[in-house]
Design a protein around this ligand. Structure first.
Ligand code: UDP
Ligand code: MG
Length: 160
């Protein structure tokens, strides 16, 4: 039916989420994955990698004129990051809510940043800020064949 088709498309939004080097070092990869899994989102891709500086400079290019930019790139290159793609209804907006505010001291308790970190320059996770940004970031971090195409078994229990 038309309804089923529309529902399927709306539920296929994707976002790029990464556990930053401090999050990896602090053993928070599993916790962050767990929150997206338990919310009902579908994991489409994931990999641990030390990101090349050129990739990070491109990823954060909109912030190139900020005073914290070079420190940000150095921080992000300081160890492995766990890069992921998550899929589901409004996952870009919901992912940002689940992460919390950029400054962890303004992140509500119950959010990832609001529960696990303190300083803005050590805020443990990244999430795309818009659907178009997500598309750019997914293409930057992942090859097409790294995105897994499969049917999510929980789908009919998560979506009405
Ligand atoms: N950042 C920082 N100092 C600032 C603002 C941002 O170190 O004053 C870092 C922080 O790690 C943040 C990243 O730069 O997550 C990207 O900034 P953005 O404004 O895009 O925040 P985000 O989208 O990550 O919430
Ligand atoms: Mg951002």
């Amino acid at each position: 039916t038309v309804f089923a088709k529309n529902m399927t498309d709306a539920n296929a939004e994707r976002t790029f989420i990464a556990v930053k080097p401090d999050g990896v070092q602090r053993g928070l990869v599993g916790e962050i994955i767990k929150r997206f899994e338990q919310r009902g989102y579908k994991l489409v891709a994931g990999k641990l990698m030390v990101a090349p500086k050129a990739l990070l400079e491109n990823h954060y290019k909109d912030l190139a004129d900020k005073p914290f930019y070079s420190g940000l790139v150095t921080y992000m290159a300081s160890g492995p990051v766990f890069a992921m793609v998550w899929e589901g209804k409004e996952v870009v907006k919901m992912g940002r809510k689940m992460l919390g505010a950029t400054n962890p001291r303004e992140s509500a308790p119950g959010t990832i940043r609001g529960d696990y970190c303190i300083d803005v320059g050590r805020n443990i996770c990244h999430g795309s800020d818009a659907v178009e940004t997500a598309q750019r970031e997914i293409a930057l971090w992942f090859k097409d064949d790294e995105l897994c195409d499969y049917e999510f078994a929980d789908k009919k229990w998560v979506y009405e």
